[in-house]
Design a protein around this ligand. Structure first.
Ligand code: NAI
Length: 253
């Protein structure tokens, strides 16, 4: 059985961006981290950064929206690293469009990765947390949960993540498991760069425009979100559950 410091964490979508920063951050705290993403080879960079710093990590290829793949991935992590008791549901995709132009496929893809993926990964992992009498689930919501033009699919998924989180907190609390959500505002990653590309703006110009609307006058970095996620996964955070923390450089309506 791993000691407290060696608890095993799964971070989905950890090949890059917020997930990669979170995996590195949790590993620096002594967690053994399963770096999970669609393509196992794409996880090599994150795993390498963790190992170079003396941490423990393994790459896992998995589409979180695939039921059998999610179950197999969790079983593999339990086998290779030990029972996973920390789960960060971070994997995500955008398929933005205005409602009248949005395809059913784009709706299903976004709901499938964020909501179905978080459900499948949480269901597969909870047994290990319940058995251990300790667990931490952190779900990635978004400021878009409050509504955002061109994102009916994404905002529905990210608002759904909040309800999902609160119900996990209610159901799993008696087993020593907390569930919380982090809802980032604008974070500089490949995801926001793709949005800049889509609207025909350079990324620097796009970030500067966004920063002007943010009280702290800068956009967020992946490490800003990783810090908030790390707080929720901490041993000392066991009385914090069912919360949604906006990490957006200021208050949101
Ligand atoms: P990103 O696009 O840089 O990284 C997302 C990762 O998820 C990629 O490595 C991708 O391969 C992986 N992924 C996608 N579909 C997957 C699947 N089916 N199974 C496994 N992995 C999959 O995105 P970023 O910016 O790091 O976002 C991370 C999370 O934070 C997402 O849930 C996103 O919606 C959320 N978020 C991001 C914000 C931002 O401004 N960047 C703001 C609010 C929320």
């Amino acid at each position: 059985m791993p000691t407290t410091d060696q608890r095993v964490a799964i971070v989905t979508g950890a090949a890059r961006g917020i997930g990669a920063a979170t995996a590195v951050r949790l590993a620096a705290q002594g967690r053994a981290v399963a770096v999970l993403d669609l393509d196992e080879d794409a996880c090599a960079d994150t795993v390498g950064r963790i190992r170079e710093a003396g941490g423990t990590a393994t790459a896992v290829g998995c589409d979180v929206s695939d039921e059998a793949a999610a179950q197999a991935a969790v079983a593999r992590v339990a086998d290779e690293l030990g029972a996973p008791v920390i789960l960060v549901n971070n994997a995500g995709v955008l398929r933005d469009n205005l409602l009248f132009k949005m395809s059913t496929t784009d709706w299903d893809t976004v709901l499938g990765v964020h909501l179905r993926g978080a459900f499948l990964m949480s269901r597969a992992t909870q047994k290990h947390m319940v058995d251990a009498g300790w667990g931490r689930i952190v779900n990635l919501s978004s400021s878009s949960a409050l509504g955002n033009r061109g994102q009916v699919n994404y905002s529905a998924a990210k608002a759904g993540m909040q309800g999902f989180t609160k119900t996990l907190a209610v159901e799993l609390g008696k087993f020593g498991v907390t569930a919380n959500a982090v809802a980032p505002g604008f974070i500089a990653t490949d995801m926001t760069k793709a949005t800049a590309d889509r609207v025909g703006m350079g990324f620097e110009e796009f970030k500067t425009a966004a920063a002007g609307q943010i009280p702290v006058r800068r956009v967020g970095e992946p490490e800003d979100v990783a810090g908030a996620i790390a707080f929720f996964t901490d041993d000392a955070s066991g009385f914090v559950s069912g919360q949604v923390l906006y990490v957006a450089g200021g208050p949101l309506d």
